[in-house]
Design a protein around this ligand. Structure first.
Ligand SMILES: Cc1cc2nc3c(=O)[nH]c(=O)nc-3n(C[C@H](O)[C@H](O)[C@H](O)COP(=O)(O)OP(=O)(O)OC[C@H]3O[C@@H](n4cnc5c(N)ncnc54)[C@H](O)[C@@H]3O)c2cc1C
Length: 503
């Protein structure tokens, strides 16, 4: 039987962040008159309930949904994020900042980092952070949205959000249901495949309800009910490079105004996150169970909170890696069902967004064009692998040798794609960006420099400018950046004025 024509039924299995993001976006773009969108979730199973820090591309997702950003921050008790502070990663006592936005400005074809590397050799360059408006504002606890006009650092402020994961899912659910998505409560107990193509025909709930669809989106979390359990798609394990496999998480009372950045502090067998929200602070210790017991992790976390814990610590187990394929037949996996990398650079929600954007770009008809499916899988694989390399860099480029965990990470062989980036940087100071790289030159430079990698040379393009002119240029950028940061309001005042929850 030949199948063709537009999709008329889409079923999303799972109502965590991934499921509701997919539901809200598909309903917004496709409408629900021609295509019925059903989301199945089980309150009994629940959601992972974490995932509270994001990166700037989420602004595009909010725009796609037509969200009012102040309303979104208010409803999710959110705060703004200008980057991540990394504490004790290079060695205990050291800190650096990975800012959003950019460092300085290029001088025509001469990249800023070329000039910076050149002047650094002669001691005439300041720390990278002095050339970033996001780093300067974060250090001063300030925030505002970019002005979008004028030749000032204030027009280049990059930002993302922290939010309460539970409130975010509920917020998206309201939008999705208002747009016509039908929610079904119930536990999927069977996945029915059809002949002769082995596509999924229906999912069956515990009460016997059968939900048929043309396209199934697997948002069932780590269990990967459809793509993994039913379709048998394998999993590529990255534990050898990223050995953390557990997290213990606990909210704590705020001990002051929320900072406009996430903090990540390296610990003996992992690292601890601190995510400031309006009503509480999210904390967690991500660690390798081969190196630390759950009790030790919880004790370390509780001993390192800014404020009083507000609940019992919660243990989460995970496996790092990706599905061998993200789209198989008529099933697309999003979120934890598609793979997972620890939240060091807040990339998981972004990967959900990227999957949704690509699915819309390659929206199938009932014929399911195999070339589209291959392309989708190729692009998502490249995106996962680029993020993987960026995360490995944080652990591998370190002077830490105080525990077996850090010695293992420092000495391990890294993927050749990352090894090559490091070689090029050390030889020339140059950072290149592959077509599908999520992370910008700023991000790679921040972490390469912050983790202690030093460039022996610099970009020959930076050699032509007279040294005095180059030094004056960098001084001017640092001066203008510091002055611009002083003009910004305090982060707490910005929230109070625009998006305080009042709850
Ligand atoms: C420790 C940790 C920290 C994280 N921090 C961040 C972060 O800071 N930033 C970030 O971007 N990401 C972060 N993430 C990732 C982020 O939490 C997830 O990507 C995001 O929440 C999406 O999860 P999900 O919707 O795929 O899965 P889940 O939240 O697990 O949802 C799965 C859904 O499927 C449903 N379900 C499962 N089985 C069935 C069944 N049989 N029948 C019916 N329904 C079923 C469940 O009820 C649930 O609704 C973090 C993850 C972890 C583990």
């Amino acid at each position: 039987m030949r199948r063709d024509g537009p999709l008329t039924r889409i079923a999303i299995v799972g109502g965590g962040t991934a499921g509701w993001m997919a539901a809200a976006a598909l309903a917004r773009v496709l409408g629900t008159r021609q295509v019925a969108i059903t989301l199945v979730e089980s309150e009994e199973i629940g959601t992972v309930g974490v995932g509270e820090a994001t990166i700037p591309p989420i602004q595009a997702f909010n725009a796609l949904l037509g969200l009012d950003e102040d309303d979104f921050v208010r409803e999710t008790m959110g705060s703004f994020k200008l980057g991540i502070e990394f504490v004790d990663w290079l060695r205990p006592g050291h800190r650096y900042f990975h800012p959003f936005g950019t460092y300085g400005v290029d001088a025509g074809a001469v990249p800023f980092e070329g000039l910076w590397h050149r002047l650094r050799r002669t001691g005439h360059a300041g720390p990278l952070e002095s050339y970033s408006i996001c780093a300067a504002a974060a250090a001063a606890g300030r925030f505002m949205r970019p002005t979008g006009q004028g030749n000032t650092p204030l027009s280049h402020i990059g930002y993302a959000f922290h939010f309460d994961a539970g409130l975010y899912a509920r917020y998206l659910r309201r939008h999705a249901e208002a747009a016509g998505v039908v929610r079904r409560e119930g536990r999927v107990v069977e996945v029915v495949r059809r002949d002769p193509d082995d596509f999924i025909d229906a999912v069956v709930l515990a009460d016997g309800t059968r939900i048929e669809a043309d396209l199934f989106i697997d948002c069932s979390g780590f269990r990967a009910l459809l793509i993994g359990e039913a379709m048998g798609t394998g999993f590529e394990d990255w534990n050898a490079w990223l050995p953390n496999d557990r997290a213990v998480a606990v909210p704590s009372a705020n001990a002051g105004a929320p900072t406009p950045y996430t903090r990540s502090t390296a610990r003996g067998a992992g690292w601890q996150w601190r995510i400031p929200l309006q009503h509480r602070t999210g904390n967690g210790y991500v660690y390798a169970s081969a190196h630390l017991s759950d009790d030790e992790a919880a004790a370390t976390l509780l001993a390192n909170l800014d404020g009083e814990p507000m609940a019992e610590p919660r243990l989460l187990r995970f496996r790092t890696g990706r599905r061998d394929a993200f789209w198989v037949g008529n099933c697309v996996a999003l979120g934890l069902a598609s793979g997972f990398m620890e939240p060091l650079e807040s990339t998981s929600i972004h990967l959900v967004q990227a999957g949704i954007a690509r699915l819309l770009e390659m929206l199938p008809t009932a014929a399911f064009e195999p070339a589209d499916i291959r392309r989708y899988n190729r692009l998502m694989t490249a995106e996962f692998e680029a993020i993987r390399d960026f995360l490995i860099l944080h652990f591998h480029a370190t002077e830490r040798d105080d525990t077996p965990y850090w010695r293992y990470l420092r000495d391990m062989a890294v993927p050749e794609t990352l090894a090559e980036r490091i070689r090029i940087y050390q030889a020339t100071g140059r950072i290149f960006r592959e077509a599908d790289d999520l992370f910008t030159k700023t991000s790679w430079l921040a972490v390469m420099d912050g983790q202690g990698l030093r460039a022996r040379g610099y970009d020959p393009l930076a050699a032509a400018m007279p040294a005095a002119e180059a030094a004056a240029r960098l001084d001017r950028i640092a001066h203008v950046t510091a002055a611009a940061a002083r003009q910004m309001p305090a982060h707490a005042d910005f929230i109070a004025r625009h998006c305080a929850s009042g709850r």
